[in-house]
Design a protein around this ligand. Sequence first.
Ligand code: NDP
Length: 601
Amino acid sequence: MRMPSNKFQKGEMVMGRWPGSSLYYEVKVLSYDTDTQLYTVIYKDGTELELKDADMKRATGFRRSRSRSRSPSRRRSRSRSPARITRRSTSQTKEAPKEPRIKDVLEVRVSPLAKPLENNSNNKHDKEVNDTSSRVSEKAEVVLEKNRVGTRYNLRPRKEDPMDQLIEDLQKIVDEPLVEPEKQTVGKTTELEFGGKLGAAFMILFLPAVTFALLLMCQQKDPSLVYFPPVLPELDTLWDAQVFGIVVLWFLFQALLYMLPVGKIVEGLPLATGKRLKYRINGFYAVILSAAALGVAYYQDVDLSYIHDHLIQFAVSSMIFSSVLSVYLYVRSCWAREGELAPGGNSGNVIYDFYIGHELNPRIKSFDLKYFCELRPGLIGWIVINFSMLLAEMKFQKLDTPSPAMMLVNGFQLLYVADALWHEEAILTTMDIVHDGFGFMLAFGDLVWVPFTYSLQAFYLVKHPNALSWPWVAVIVAIKLMGYSVFRKANSEKNAFRRNPSDPKLSHARTIPTATGKSLLVSGLWGLVRHPNYLGDIIMALAWSLPCGFTHILPYFYVIYFICLLIHRETRDEKQCRKKYGSAWDEYCRQVRYRIIPGVY
Ligand code: NDP
């Protein structure tokens, strides 16, 4: 590469303007591109950028500040964005970088060829990243910095900012990790969960067995544990081709609703390849259309209590369906590219990877199988099963209206499912989508475990009625509402914070910065316990079981199981957060001592 003779030479130390600011730092010239007329320079912290001639000056004539150095590396030690102004810099107005004008942003073409991914990075000289996205990202960060500063000090409502749309678009780009091509793969999973290979093999047999046992126990006249194990039905009674057909049709019907071109398209978190997948958010429409279809069937005199009468066959058909799906998922994962594998399900052991899920986001064209199964056929199916139980109860107990207990269970769980689909987008940041692959664990969980074990209270009430006094109804409703408000508030606070950490509504929030650039919320419910959303969920689970009375433990299975699930999930999440956030997570744990239940756990 030829350098212009009258300008800066390769290896020369000059002053380079930091993008979007009026500050100059010492940089070393690495090369000059005659086509783009840009210099590639390296800052002292190893950041490489492309600068225009106009943004570079000879070192002579620059005075060194008497205050402490504000080299980009110094600032970067506190923040991810090289252009970010340190939050304590209001008193340093003399030297604080000016807010970039939009013109500057669009004119200063900078390219962090090797921008460190974390702020403690050293020289990344020889690491090349995607050139184009880096350039845009850098511009985006400059713009975003303006926004961060603006919202922090002016507290203007974001709506009034004409740059909002641009900022929003650029936010997406800036969130893209700058991935080194050689690292666009998922490493081998070395830390095995769920008891490793043996644990995974055990779970593959244990989960269907438990589902069976619960359903068989529940349909007994006396579901007391004294009568465990339940009498096994004849093998040939377990299979019903018509039922299997209904299960397949239901899956296809939900797939059709999923493909409807309504609802917005959003992007998921960046994958190992740096790519973001697009997801359509139309789950709530699916609930409404499914309810409408159910209503039509009901008024056409379709006997929906058929589901109750054939529940075991439905469960068996769903188990077969989810097992076939899991085998398909594993087989296709053998052809998946390295970067498409799940960080948690890439151990190399067939059973373990089959259970956890080998491929992270298996898709048939744009149809995302995991995302679809997580919230559609099983979750909405659960509500259909509940409704069938309500009709079966009226039939079996010769009631004109469903019992208050059945109405509570149906109403509470309908609210839960509707809420999940209303906030469908939130699932994109969960462990299930981001970390776990799609294998037997989620396929069985989504398509069998959720619809058939979560509907256990309604199934129980069909043959084991429980009269409720009105004051007790009021108490149960109050418990449900309390749980729901904790659950909703916690999830909404975190989602809002993750979407836009500088949201003026959260300006009062106390946070702990982390090395990744993301912060952790320490105020409100997130300052009370480390998983307030789990707490709310557990309280709600209790409210779902209370309408069944205290005669048997069976309807309390959900609460007991759910507490175990969430404790285990919390441990898994904790491990991942410690890996991600290191000492910042330890600090969070020090400040917020309890995990789920204040003062207890
Ligand atoms: P969370 O929604 O709590 O997500 C955990 C993640 O949140 C962490 O990995 C971290 O990710 C982020 N985070 C943790 N602490 C903080 C903090 N202080 N400030 C900001 N971000 C933080 O967990 P789940 O995905 O497990 O659960 C989501 C919801 O689904 C919950 O309400 C849960 O109860 C419910 N659920 C229901 C189930 C059911 O069967 N009914 C099963 C499982 C879950 P990062 O920093 O990367 O953003």
